[in-house]
Design a protein around this ligand. Structure first.
Ligand SMILES: Cc1ncc(C[n+]2csc(CCOP(=O)(O)OP(=O)(O)O)c2C)c(N)n1
Ligand SMILES: [Mg+2]
Length: 529
């Protein structure tokens, strides 16, 4: 058995049986092993950022790592932005990066680079496999490391892959799940009795159904407030689970949500900070004088910690579950961000997975979807745009029986638009609503803030505004999508969107709906500035 066969076979036996890849010459033995190990499903992505983002979406939905196969340093570099988002989501992932054969390295051939240095920027575990004999064992070490909620990168020299002498390795036993800290539960019990001046900030696995139910019990019994982190990796929402608002993206709004909190209890979330720094404004959003206590960190068993806390302060209390209620009927006529949100909520099928990268045009979604049918929400954890289409792709592979709704802003879509091709190739049940506002609208807001701030020029000039404008030419997503194999329609009204959504959900395979929506922040000179 050659190394590559032992590697692929051992990964599949360990349950890592999907590999998102964009291979090259140094990975040909890995590719070739797909034919001798049919349990491994290879999924081709046409850009590495699609492969890494898809593996992130897959991990968020299954809780298990997928493998990713990348081509040397440049392939890894192309995948880094979505590995960054995955790291921020604590997604388990096994990244295999092909490298030149050991004896080839000293010749400094064109593709030679420092792969480990690149890998370390996002990985919790990095190793270059040294011998064919140990390759599968190294892979099992990588799987075990990934399971802790991090990226494990295994660099695979071509000769280690192609040589004879490989042997299958058994998966490592799973370590018992990390314990909870009972002294933290006791302190949190004491603090939550402060009522509404106490707040539980929920993140990570606090946002599962189990976590939310326990949190709701605590809140009902003590009066402590609940808030979820701004960009959760995965959050259960809608009818049948307790509803919790998310911390706002804009610091001014977050400050309002946090006002009056004197005890902040962190359950799987970090203490709140503003997304960016602005001259003269605080980065730390914890109100002055507020205490911060950790109930459980993201690497601890947050759900059990919340249940233990609920057991102390709310033993007899039931959670408050969201009841299904239709959103207000969407206003007919040309689409707006609000009518888009209400139309999406009004047609949402049961148990959908929503990958939300709608950005400014999605501001009305959280409210519109609050009482929608039960769904799972995936968001942009690391702020690196171009994650939504790949994440939706991976989620659809992870959960083939669930409809996936990909709500995607135009600017973000264009980083990883090739994901549509993988959706077509794999015939995935993904409905993409591609929101075309012909702008980097959020950056218009940021530019306006900059111009109004200290040292700002006051007025936006044409040269700056042009950098945030996507019109002239406005990308034609209906054509792009069709060209990549995903049938597409363009809609401009509420009725058209509603009809297109219902049709897309009813038909198997991927669909794209290009929704023409005016930008929430119009261009300078339009009177809004
Ligand atoms: C990888 C990466 N590059 C650049 C940015 C900076 N950035 C933040 S938002 C944005 C534009 C978003 O435009 P779009 O996706 O169309 O959403 P809209 O603001 O129009 O709602 C850019 C370029 C980023 N966050 N990540
Ligand atoms: Mg846009």
């Amino acid at each position: 058995m050659i190394g590559a066969q032992a590697l692929v076979g051992s990964l599949a036996d360990a349950g890592v049986d999907v590999c998102f890849m964009n291979p090259g010459t140094s990975e040909m033995h890995f590719v070739s092993a797909l034919d001798s190990v049919p349990q491994m499903r290879g999924v081709l992505a046409l850009f590495e950022g699609v492969a890494t983002g898809a593996a992130d979406g897959y991990a968020r939905m299954t809780g298990r790592p997928a493998a990713v196969l990348l081509h040397l340093g440049p392939g890894l570099a192309n995948g880094l932005a979505n590995l960054h988002n995955a790291r921020r989501a604590f997604s388990p992932m096994v990244v295999i990066v092909g490298a030149h054969a050991t004896g080839h390295v000293r010749f400094d051939a064109p593709l030679q680079s420092d792969i480990e240095a690149l890998a370390r920027t996002v990985s919790g575990w990095v190793r270059t496999s040294g011998t064919t004999r140990d390759l599968a064992e190294d892979a099992m070490r990588a799987v075990a490391a990934a399971r802790a909620g991090q990226i494990a990168t295994l660099v695979l020299p071509a000769d280690v892959s192609w040589s004879e002498g490989g042997a299958l390795a058994a998966p490592r036993p799973r370590p018992s799940t990390s314990t909870i800290d009972h002294s933290h539960v006791t302190s949190a019990a004491h603090l939550s009795s402060a009522g509404p001046s106490a707040m539980l900030l929920l993140g990570g696995r606090a946002l599962t159904e189990r976590g939310l139910r326990a949190a709701s019990r605590i809140s009902v019994a003590t009066g402590a407030r609940l808030l979820a982190e701004t960009f959760p990796a995965r959050m259960e929402r809608g009818a049948g689970v307790p509803g919790v608002d998310r911390l706002a993206y804009l610091a001014e709004q977050a400050e309002v949500q946090l006002a009056g909190v004197s005890h902040l209890i962190l359950a799987g979330a970090r203490a709140p900070v503003s997304f960016f720094a602005y001259p003269g404004q605080a980065s730390d959003l914890v109100p002055a004088g507020c205490s911060v206590t950790v109930l459980a960190d993201s690497d601890q068993d947050v759900e059990t910690a919340l249940e233990a806390l609920a057991g102390q302060v709310a033993p007899e209390t039931k959670p408050v579950l969201t009841e299904l209620a239709p959103p207000p009927p969407a206003e007919p006529g040309p689409l707006t961000a609000i009518s888009l949100a209400n139309t999406v909520a009004g047609s949402l099928p049961e148990h959908a997975i929503i990958a939300d990268e709608a950005n400014t045009s999605g501001y009305a979604l959280p409210m519109a979807l609050a009482r929608a049918p039960r769904h799972t929400l995936l968001t942009l954890t690391g702020g690196s745009i171009g994650q939504g289409l790949p994440a939706a792709t991976g989620a659809a592979i992870a959960a083939p029986d669930r409809p996936v709704l990909s709500l995607e802003a135009d600017g973000s879509a264009l980083y990883t638009i090739q994901a549509l091709w993988t959706q077509a190739r794999e015939q995935l049940n993904v409905t993409t609503v591609l929101i075309n506002n012909a702008a980097y609208a959020i950056l218009r807001m940021e530019l306006a803030r900059t111009l109004a701030g200290p040292g700002g020029a006051g007025q936006a000039g044409e040269r700056a505004a042009r950098m945030l404008d996507l019109s002239g030419p406005t990308p034609n997503f209906t054509q792009i999508s069709t060209g990549l194999g995903v049938p597409a329609t363009r809609v401009a009204t509420t009725a058209e969107l509603d009809q297109a959504l219902r049709r897309a959900y009813a038909e198997p395979g991927p669909h794209l709906i290009e929704a023409i929506v005016p930008p929430v922040f119009p261009p300078p000179g339009s009177g809004a500035w």
